[in-house]
Design a protein around this ligand. Structure first.
Ligand SMILES: Cc1ncc(COP(=O)(O)OP(=O)(O)O)c(N)n1
Ligand SMILES: Cc1nc(C(=O)O)sc1CCOP(=O)(O)O
Ligand SMILES: [Mg+2]
Length: 216
């Protein structure tokens, strides 16, 4: 088998809305199709009870496959419900308090297109920083546009992993891998793949594996 050209891995984010009667099985089939480092549960419109039911149903599907289960937006709920960590944006509360609360659990922070926000997140103890959006996306009304030089700059200076997000597909992801992204976070590329989510995951895996790694 050929040696891997890079260490970049897939970071899967759930669709914005899910049907809990069938999504756990869809998720299991999708994760069984290939490599995925982590799953972020991102249900922006779910009422609290539904969010808890989703966590209870999906967390074991991910964790039993060695896929870290992160909760979007809510560090306290992530801790209370046995998640592996939380992803917080700039408007999602006190990052330092979340860091203290989560202890050894994973904390990821959105940094948009900002070197300043990323360095602040790193100093505060984030386990990864997320940059985006790299490409147009219909999943979120993204207000910031990031460029690959941000990934090159971050990865050449800092050890803290960086995640790229926003409109990433198998067709456009190679420059992000080459620029130094440690993880590519996607929604649509997997869940909206015309041949189904397992094929979407396989396509992302293949595109990442084929991309030249950073020149280090
Ligand atoms: C991996 C990753 N990166 C960025 C985001 C966006 O977080 P945020 O800015 O808080 O926006 P919402 O996701 O809450 O709409 C993310 N969720 N995951
Ligand atoms: C959740 C999210 N955050 C973004 C950011 O730029 O911070 S872009 C985004 C949506 C990612 O979905 P897709 O892979 O379908 O474009
Ligand atoms: Mg958020």
């Amino acid at each position: 088998m050929a040696a891997a050209q890079n260490d970049c891995r897939l970071y899967l984010v759930t669709p914005p809305r899910i049907d809990l009667a069938r999504f756990p099985d869809d998720l299991a089939r999708t994760l069984d199709a290939g490599d995925c480092a982590c799953l972020q549960l991102r249900l922006k419109d779910a009422p609290p009870g539904e969010l808890r039911r989703a966590i209870d149903a999906l967390r074991p599907v991910a964790q039993s496959r060695g896929v870290a289960f992160l909760l979007n937006d809510d560090a306290a709920l992530a801790k209370e419900t046995g998640c592996d960590g939380a992803h917080l944006g700039q408007e999602d509360g006190d990052h330092a308090a979340a860091r203290a609360l989560l202890g050894e659990m994973t904390l990821g922070i959105t940094c948009h297109d900002s070197r300043h926000l990323a360095m602040r997140a790193g100093e505060m103890g984030a386990d990864y920083v997320a940059f985006g959006a790299f490409f147009p996306t219909t999943t979120k009304d993204a207000q910031h546009q990031a460029e690959t030089d941000l990934l090159e700059w971050w990865s050449s200076i800092f050890e803290i992993p960086c995640v790229a997000i926003g409109g990433i597909t198998a067709a456009n992801c190679a420059p992000l891998v080459t620029a130094g992204a440690d993880f590519l976070a996607v929604v649509g590329a997997v869940w909206n793949h015309p041949d189904g989510a397992p094929e979407g995951l396989r396509a992302m895996n293949a595109a990442i594996a084929a991309a030249p790694g950073p020149a280090r």
